[in-house]
Each structure stands twice: as structure tokens, then as C-alpha cells.
Design a protein around this ligand. Structure first.
Ligand code: GAP
Length: 428
């Protein structure tokens, strides 16, 4: 099995990611996060929010809707241009992006295809209840558009002045032709976006700043930062309004893969929305009175992609001294589903169970903790290693005598005894 297959199997086995609608045979490009995965994903989103919003005085958040006025997607260009090209295998009728076929059909090996046709990735729906008066609308193809829609409201309702930024984590939908590689290319996914609004003269300064900041973010998150790099877009592939664009890429098992884009959007978005809506989206500098359309530096990354890459980065199979092996997720402890697992050594000794329960309750005020009293301690360690729990705390007979517990470290597998009062500090 290759690394992606091993991680996919682990995700299913341990409640991290499940294929959606599996009992109906599944639906390509849609995934659910299980009990372990949802904790990890929430931690990941909190980590981003802390780094991008909480620690900066000039960044504020919003939470916008998935369905917006349909004109938004005309203004943004998505109705006309949000395309990919598709070809169809003349034998099995599967559809692919031309760059994915390499001369023969990946499904049946046939070598004849229809000529490429363009294909729009937007999902559409209808709004309204009366059959003939329903309005066609779209599920948002990129989360950032709601930020542009709320720009004026944020300026009018907060104390922010340019330069400032609006951040959002939210769902986006793309009817991808070839979803695949677990969540890497899915049809429903989450993006973490930041749109930084600046004076046109300050674009280069802030573009350079955010490019470095975003790389620093990913370096702080991954265990192997050497697997990260920038990829600058070729001039001929840049959007006409963009002076520059970089992807932050991760060295995935199938090659360097985009994790996030840093985009020079200039005044394109607010100009388009001004034109299509008729609203005046110029900004007036309160100090100088100068009026201008704010320019935008965008940082737009995939939550689910980062999540998958974190798993690939953290996954290890290690040989043990006794000839067996363990699978371990050496994931950043801020992202791990649980900071620690509490093990009462035995299930049938009330004093031990009660003591363990007391520790569980106290630690739960600060951390997400998991309880495990099933099976022998070795098996419990193996299970917690597989889901990446950084610490396992065992309450045993000695605990009843001297108020100490054993703490076992996920990465080194070393164990030491600690006073109950010092556990919180020990697992910080
Ligand atoms: N607003 C700009 C924008 O949406 P993008 O490069 O199309 O730019 C940003 O998307 C990020 O969203 C990508 O870097 C990727 O991490 C994530 N992403 C895009 N399409 C995706 C898909 N089909 N499945 C999972 N993540 C996706």
C-alpha cells in the first residue's frame, strides 16, 4: 500500500474521515469527518483563527452564507469562466480533465476520447417556493466572495481603517470532474481565506509580508517543514488583474501539491461588485480625505487539504524492540483530537476508577481528554498512537498511595511519574 492508501485506511478505521453516504455506495468527492476527525479539524481551524485573527489588531472575522445573490457570480466572472476542460473516454464514457489522462483512459485503458469541451464547476440550485418564480442561484465556488460583499458593512460597523483585513473560514463547492486523493480534490470543502484591503501604493509591501507570514504559519504546523515550498505562477497564467501569485506547496506522495494561494487581486473584486451592484465601494481615508478603491492581497487555503497533508506529514509505522510495530500519528499536539487519554489500570477497582474520573473532570476544563478503560494497557497505547494522542495517563495502585500517575509520551514512548497536581503543566 502507498502512503495515501495507508492514511485513507487509518482514517476509516479510527473515525477520522469517512466516505459520505457509504451505505448507498458513496458519492464521489464528498467526505464526513468522524468523532476523531471533527475534533482535529476544529482544532486546526482554531489554530488558523488564532494565528490570523486573534493575534492581530487589524484583522476581523465574518461568517457568510453559502448561497448569495446570483449576480455575485456574474460579477466575479465565475458564471462565464469558472471552467475546466473535460474529455470523455469513447469506450467507458468516464470523463476526465485532459491533464489527467496521459494518452489513455485511467479507468479502462482505451485511447480514444471526445475533443475537449468546457465545463462550469459551479453547483446551482433554486431559491423561492413558487414553481415559476424560482430564482436560479449558486453554491459559492469560493468563500472569499462573501468577504467582498461585506466589505462596506465592516467598514461602516467597526473601528477598522485601511490597511485591515477580513478573515473567514467556510465551505466552498466545486463540481470537480475528477475528485480524488481522499479530500485533496473534493466537491464540498472548506477554505480559510483572508482578504487584506490596502492602498494601491502599499500592495507590494503587504503582498511580500503575507507571503512570508503564510509560509511561517505552515512551517509552524507541519512536522517536516522541508516538505514545503513556494511555487510562483508563470506570468502567462496570471489573471489579467494580477501582478503576481504564489502557491504554497506540500511535497505529497504524488508530487508537489497546492496547499494555499497568495494572490494579488488589486482592485478587481471591489470594482466588479461596484459595477454589477451599483453600490459605491470606494473608501475614504479618514486622515487625508483621499478616495480610492481598496486593493486586495488574498491568502486562500484549503482546510481539508491541509488536514490531509498534516496526516501524511504525521504518519509513521515504527518497528518496536519486541519485533512488533506500531502506527503512530506524530501530529502537532495543538491539532491532535485529544491532548491526553486517561487510563484507569483496572476497571473493577472503584478507588482507581474514581480517581481517574476526578483527573478526567479536572483536565477537561482545559483540554479535550479521552477516557479509555478497555483492554490491556499495551492495546490502549496502540490505539491512542494511531489517532495521535500526545499523552497517556495511567491511574494505578500506586496512585492511591502517593497521588502520582504515569504519563507516557506518544513520540518517545517514555514514561515518567508525575504528581496529580502537576499533570496540567506536564502536558502543556
Ligand atoms: N479565492 C481564491 C481561491 O478560491 P483557489 O486556488 O481556487 O483560490 C484556494 O482555492 C484553496 O482552496 C486551494 O489552495 C486549495 O487548498 C483549496 N481547494 C481548491 N479546490 C479544492 C477542492 N476541489 N478540494 C479541496 N480543496 C480545494
Amino acid at each position: 500500500m502507498n502512503l495515501l492508501d495507508e492514511v485513507t485506511a487509518l482514517c476509516k478505521r479510527r473515525g477520522i474521515i469517512y466516505p459520505n453516504s457509504e451505505i448507498y455506495g458513496g458519492i464521489g468527492g464528498f467526505y464526513d469527518y468522524g468523532p476523531v476527525g471533527v475534533e482535529m479539524k476544529n482544532n486546526l481551524k482554531r489554530y488558523w483563527w488564532k494565528y490570523m485573527v486573534d493575534k492581530r489588531e487589524n484583522v476581523v472575522g465574518i461568517d457568510g452564507t453559502i448561497i448569495t445573490h446570483p449576480k455575485v457570480w456574474e460579477a466575479s466572472g465565475h458564471v462565464k469562466n469558472f471552467g475546466d476542460e473535460v474529455v470523455e473516454c469513447k469506450n467507458c464514457h468516464q470523463r476526465f480533465r485532459p491533464e489527467d489522462i496521459d494518452g489513455k483512459c485511467p479507468k479502462c485503458g482505451h485511447k480514444e476520447f471526445t475533443s475537449p469541451r468546457s465545463y462550469n464547476l459551479l453547483f446551482s440550485t433554486e431559491v423561492g417556493v413558487i414553481e415559476d418564480a424560482k430564482m436560479k442561484a449558486y453554491l459559492r465556488g469560493e468563500a472569499c466572495q462573501t468577504i467582498y460583499l461585506d466589505f462596506k458593512n465592516v467598514v461602516d460597523s467597526t473601528r477598522q481603517q485601511i490597511p485591515f483585513s477580513i478573515a473567514q473560514i467556510g465551505k466552498a463547492f466545486r463540481n470537480e470532474i475528477t475528485p480524488g486523493k481522499l479530500t485533496f480534490r473534493s466537491r464540498e470543502f472548506e477554505q480559510w481565506d483572508m482578504q487584506f484591503f490596502v492602498h494601491p501604493n502599499d500592495m507590494q509591501k503587504y503582498f511580500d509580508y503575507w507571503k512570508e507570514e503564510r509560509m511561517n504559519f505552515y512551517k509552524s504546523l507541519y512536522r517536516k517543514p522541508e516538505n514545503l515550498r513556494f511555487h510562483q505562477h508563470d506570468k502567462e497564467h496570471l489573471a489579467f488583474y494580477a501582478k503576481d501569485a504564489y502557491d504554497i506547496e506540500y511535497n505529497a506522495p504524488w508530487g508537489w501539491a497546492e496547499n494555499e494561494g497568495i494572490h494579488w487581486r488589486g482592485d478587481y473584486d471591489l470594482t466588479q461588485h461596484s459595477k454589477f451592484s451599483g453600490a459605491d465601494l470606494t473608501y475614504t481615508d479618514p486622515a487625508t480625505g483621499e478616495k480610492f478603491i481598496p486593493n486586495i492581497v488574498e491568502t486562500s487555503g484549503g482546510v481539508d487539504r491541509t488536514f490531509l497533508m498534516l496526516l501524511l506529514d504525521a504518519y509513521e509505522v515504527e518497528a518496536l524492540d519486541n519485533g512488533s510495530q506500531r502506527t503512530v500519528l506524530k501530529v502537532n499536539k495543538e491539532i491532535a483530537a485529544y491532548r491526553a487519554a486517561i487510563f484507569p489500570l483496572v476497571n473493577n477497582k472503584e478507588d482507581i476508577v474514581n480517581k481517574a474520573r476526578e483527573i478526567f473532570d479536572n483536565l477537561s476544563d482545559k483540554y479535550k481528554i479521552v477516557w479509555d478503560s478497555r483492554g490491556n494497557i499495551g492495546k490502549r497505547y496502540r490505539y491512542q498512537d494511531e489517532i495521535g494522542t500526545p499523552y497517556c495517563i495511567t491511574v494505578d495502585y500506586q496512585t492511591l498511595e502517593d497521588d502520582t500517575v504515569t504519563i507516557r509520551d506518544r513520540d518517545t514512548m517514555e514514561q515518567h511519574r508525575v504528581k496529580i497536581a502537576d499533570i496540567e503543566k506536564d502536558i502543556a
